[in-house]
Design a protein around this ligand. Structure first.
Ligand code: SAM
Ligand code: SF4
Ligand code: SF4
Length: 343
């Protein structure tokens, strides 16, 4: 029997699983899938190399047996994959060993939420996180790389709330000189609408986005900028392994979060595993190497065998890339692209 709750070499449990269900996306955000690299000729994974929905659900249930209680569907852009509500229904049917349902969420660029929110909610999705880097239409069109209007994403967010998928978390990646002038507008909008805003520091994921440290807007700067307008107080984490630092508005009107992966890394609490669309397990967002789970699964491995495999890989884990980057003692290793892992 595989261990019920494996710990890695730094004592970290396995609680969260992010599942990338496609490497494709309809956007070309320059910090993630720059269009110069991901053009017409770019070869995405062929269909037979992508995990089928049944395979995703089977792997998810193996991870739940090992302690996972939070599942997040991501991509690429998850909503570009056909029949998404079917997958949601399969994942929503999973239960923890104590019979409790799992925390099932999805991260999306919001472009398809107007027509998908209701079917997804009906299938059992609980929450969505929408990535939205600016409320300014020109800035947003530039930052999604395909001239997509911000109004459509805002309408998609409304649709998600109407379908009961709120409160919606809104992820903002800040890039110096690009959208950092819009911090207060976003904060005002989210406070008024009851959305939870989360600012993510621009990260050196992958190798194609030309990341530079001077383009990172530090989380503390965001807190200070917003706090000058509407005073903020630090809130305690809701659970171990929560990556966002939470700050509450002193006037009681909601909260914001900052994900300071560059300036304040949190590897010590990282309880997160990731599966890529082709079924590789990554034990860190910055891993160069994924461990193939699809091959053994398609070769007929049993659930217990898969659980043993995953428990062994988790037990060997000693990743702490962001802490090492902060220490700046070594050159970064080659790593996987963000669109392939889903953040
Ligand atoms: N397409 C979906 C979306 O955009 O929400 C899901 C996948 S996307 C890779 C997941 C998250 O990663 C998004 O919130 C996106 O903004 C974030 N992201 C992508 N590249 C990033 C980078 N270089 N640094 C920080 N966050 C990044
Ligand atoms: Fe697509 Fe999301 Fe990457 Fe933007 S961040 S290119 S929406 S996968
Ligand atoms: Fe987790 Fe790797 Fe990010 Fe550290 S760098 S928090 S180990 S994913």
């Amino acid at each position: 029997m595989p261990p019920a709750a494996p710990r890695d070499r730094l004592g970290r449990a396995l609680h969260d699983l992010r599942i990338s269900i496609t490497d494709r996306c309809n956007f070309r955000c320059p910090y993630c899938m720059p269009s110069e690299v991901f053009g017409r000729d770019y070869e995405f994974l062929p269909h037979d190399q992508i995990l089928r929905y049944e395979e995703i659900a089977r792997l998810a249930s193996v991870f739940v047996g090992l302690g996972v209680r939070k599942l997040r569907i991501t991509g690429g852009e998850p909503t570009v994959r056909r029949g998404l509500p079917e997958l949601v229904a399969m994942l929503a049917a999973l239960r923890a060993p104590d019979g409790e349902p799992l925390d099932l969420a999805m991260t999306t660029n919001g472009s398809a939420l107007r027509h998908l929110s209701r079917p997804l909610a009906d299938a059992g999705l609980r929450r969505v996180t929408v990535s939205l880097d600016s409320l300014d239409d020109a800035t947003f069109r530039r930052m999604n790389g395909i001239d997509f209007p911000v109004a459509k994403v805002l309408d998609g967010i409304d649709a998600a709330v109407e379908a009961g998928l709120g409160p919606v978390k809104v992820n903002v990646v800040l890039k110096r000189g690009e959208n950092d002038g819009g911090i207060l507008d976003l904060a005002r909008w989210a406070r008024d609408a009851g959305h939870v805003l989360r600012f993510i520091e621009y990260m050196d994921v992958g190798t194609t986005n030309g990341w530079r440290l001077d383009e990172v807007v530090a989380a503390m700067e965001v807190i200070e900028t917003i706090g000058r307008e509407w005073p903020l107080e630090a809130a305690s984490p809701q659970y171990t392994g929560e990556v966002a630092e939470r700050w509450r508005y002193a006037d009681g009107r909601g909260e914001i979060g900052v994900i300071a992966s560059v300036t304040r890394p949190f590897c010590g609490d990282c309880t997160r595993a990731r599966i890529s669309a082709e079924g590789k397990l990554y034990t860190c967002l910055f891993s160069a190497i994924g461990h193939d789970l699809r091959g053994p699964m398609r070769a007929g491995e049993s659930d217990d065998g898969l659980a043993d495999l995953v428990a062994g890989l988790w037990g060997a884990r000693d990743d702490r890339y962001s802490e090492r980057r902060a220490a700046a003692t070594e050159r970064p290793l080659p790593k996987i692209e963000m669109f392939a892992l889903g953040g």
